[in-house]
Design a protein around this ligand. Sequence first.
Ligand SMILES: Nc1ncnc2c1ncn2[C@@H]1O[C@H](COP(=O)(O)OP(=O)(O)O)[C@@H](O)[C@H]1O
Ligand SMILES: Nc1ccn([C@@H]2O[C@H](COP(=O)(O)OP(=O)(O)O)[C@@H](O)[C@H]2O)c(=O)n1
Length: 228
Amino acid sequence: MNNVIAIDGPAGAGKSTLARLLARKLKYRYLDTGAMYRAVTWLALRENIDLDNIQGLTSLANNIDIEFSPPSGDRKGRIYVNGNDVTEEIRTPLINKNVSKVARVKGVRDAMVRQQRKLAQGGHIIIDGRDIGTRVVPDAEFKFFITASLEERARRRYTELKEKGTGVNFQEVKAEIARRDKIDSERECSPLTKPEDAFLIDTTGMSIDEVLTRVINIIRTGGQDLNE
Ligand SMILES: Nc1ncnc2c1ncn2[C@@H]1O[C@H](COP(=O)(O)OP(=O)(O)O)[C@@H](O)[C@H]1O
Ligand SMILES: Nc1ccn([C@@H]2O[C@H](COP(=O)(O)OP(=O)(O)O)[C@@H](O)[C@H]2O)c(=O)n1
């Protein structure tokens, strides 16, 4: 699929940072699929649906109304669930703790993938998540698998949460990320794996700018990774 870029990888690897910068540079849209699973989790908790209730979660995912409003100027993009602005609330430790449990439900994934494919129509889009290159758009023009050591990913997430004023402890953040990665990579339905035809970028020790430059070079050269 021309003009579609898929970015996958574990938590805190820098996927959404890269996706946002690339979208701005290429004038593409950006679809954050993690935000969609977080949105379903937010609604399930609000409606007191037991997270082991597969049918309840599936039905909720089939009926949820998720809307994105793109960033414009200095204003960040927002996400709405059934009309409620949940942009900040879907990033809390409570959602972090529960999202992978919701995302492993096949019925939830099927509903989200349907919506994601619809949103991808028309191309000119960067999509990030865990199953983008393997399932959502397996024919994407470019696929990237972005990773970094657990220590580095935890450090990045810890710094981010601290800056937002969330009271956190480094070891807890690290354990939480490791736990989520384990569920995401071991689940039955679309587990996190590197698509065979994705460019692998280990961003440990790389600045955001270095990652962006490497990815842009791959895109500009039509798929050559000069750093490999
Ligand atoms: N190459 C990098 N070097 C240092 N910090 C980074 C890098 N890439 C991303 N970050 C920071 O790490 C945090 C997690 O990045 P994010 O893009 O949210 O990861 P993901 O979407 O993969 O979970 C953010 O605070 C971001 O600013
Ligand atoms: N395509 C996707 C995207 C996210 N997810 C799930 O949603 C969670 C949150 O994704 P995210 O991208 O917002 O998480 P971070 O990497 O930003 O911490 C992941 O841990 C997965 O459980 C998924 O299963 N499939």
